[in-house]
Design a protein around this ligand. Structure first.
Ligand code: FMN
Length: 325
């Protein structure tokens, strides 16, 4: 109810302003939320880490790590900040984020606006409220030529290795030209290089739901020695939409069926733990992914439309899953 009112106010602003206001509100409410107790039976061991529960905040919500402690206070078991790039960059010109409330969807072409690694890194130091697990999503600068993108990832690994609980290699954003090429032939080599450099910090790779051959990507990821897979990012397809839509990645309810189909294909061939992401708008959506075999779930658009109540709902339903790795 309270969130509905807040959402009504927020949706009067353009989506990016509303997002900035939401982050500000979460930060302000932090002292109250810090008092919330955690449910020990919800914890899960995955990638050698202890997650306080199985629901996380997907990358892109707190790109510059300005509110992750407060967001943890909303009940997330893990927060993935970023995607962070080595150097600061503005991303694409606005408007670049579009709301479709009747479809519970978003389309974005943010293009990795980032404060850059040197600004973000110090914000990760210090306490982890409630034992929250902190992931850092890493990606190259738009201006870096394709042949030097591996170096960008390695710079980021060096900067965040000691600060992040895990690193997520983002090769699947549709909004940086050519980025998704890294999901093909170069994937194995890129991930092996990142893994070597990361030392004991777990490395995950986030895949696109548009990959035609996710099995090949899983094979490359497994051979590279990385620790897990996130399935997945936004889609450039437009399931259920007719007519013109802006270019960019679609998230939220319409992404759900594709995300689940890709999740099942990945799970069928993967021996690595998998995080399910995409179209989780209800506790039932999360339960479906966990029953399929996902170790953890992440959400973004569901938080925009349903508010923090969704986090508790998902955390509760996810408590019953067995078979930790
Ligand atoms: C505005 C916006 C920005 C995003 N930025 C990133 C990002 O920087 N890195 C990333 O890996 N994913 C990013 N994503 C994708 C989300 O992490 C998630 O994979 C996707 O939205 C599907 O989940 P959902 O349907 O729960 O939103 C972004 C999504 C949105 C809506």
């Amino acid at each position: 109810m309270i969130y509905r009112i807040a959402r009504g106010i927020g949706f009067r602003f353009d989506p990016e302003t509303a997002h900035r206001l939401a982050l500000g509100a979460v930060r302000l409410s932090r002292p109250l939320r810090a008092l919330k107790r955690r449910d020990e039976s919800a914890a899960a061991a995955v990638f050698g880490l202890r997650f306080p529960n199985r629901v996380g905040l997907a990358a892109g919500y707190d790109k510059d790590a300005v509110a992750w402690r407060a967001l943890a206070g909303l009940g997330f078991g893990h927060i993935e900040v970023g995607t962070v790039t080595p150097l600061p960059q503005p991303g694409h010109p606005r408007p670049r984020l579009f709301r479709y409330p009747d479809r519970r969807a978003l389309i974005n072409r943010m293009g990795f606006p980032s404060a850059g690694a040197e600004v973000v890194a110090p914000r990760l130091e210090g306490s982890r409220p409630g034992g929250v697990i902190l992931g850092v999503s890493i990606g190259p600068n738009a201006a870096t030529p394709p042949e030097r993108r591996v170096d960008d990832y390695l710079v980021l690994v060096d900067r965040f290795r000691g600060l992040a609980d895990y690193l997520a290699v983002n090769v699947s954003s549709p909004n940086t030209a050519g980025l998704r090429d890294l999901e093909g032939a170069p994937l194995g080599e890129l991930l092996a290089a990142v893994k070597r450099r990361a030392g004991t910090t777990p490395v995950l790779v986030k895949l696109s739901p548009d990959l035609e051959d996710p099995e090949a990507a899983v094979g490359a990821a497994t051979r590279s020695g990385v620790d897990g897979i996130i399935v997945g990012n936004t889609t450039v397809s437009r399931p259920g939409f007719s007519g013109d839509t802006p270019p960019g990645g679609l998230s939220g309810a319409p992404l759900g069926p594709l995300a689940v189909e890709r999740l099942r294909r990945v799970l069928a061939v993967s021996t690595l733990p998998v995080i399910a992401c995409g179209g989780i708008m209800t506790a039932g959506d999360a339960a479906e992914r966990l029953a399929a075999g996902a170790a953890l779930v992440q959400l973004y658009t569901g938080l925009v439309y349903r508010g923090p109540a969704l986090i508790a709902e998902v955390a509760t339903i996810a408590r019953t899953r067995r078979g930790d790795s």
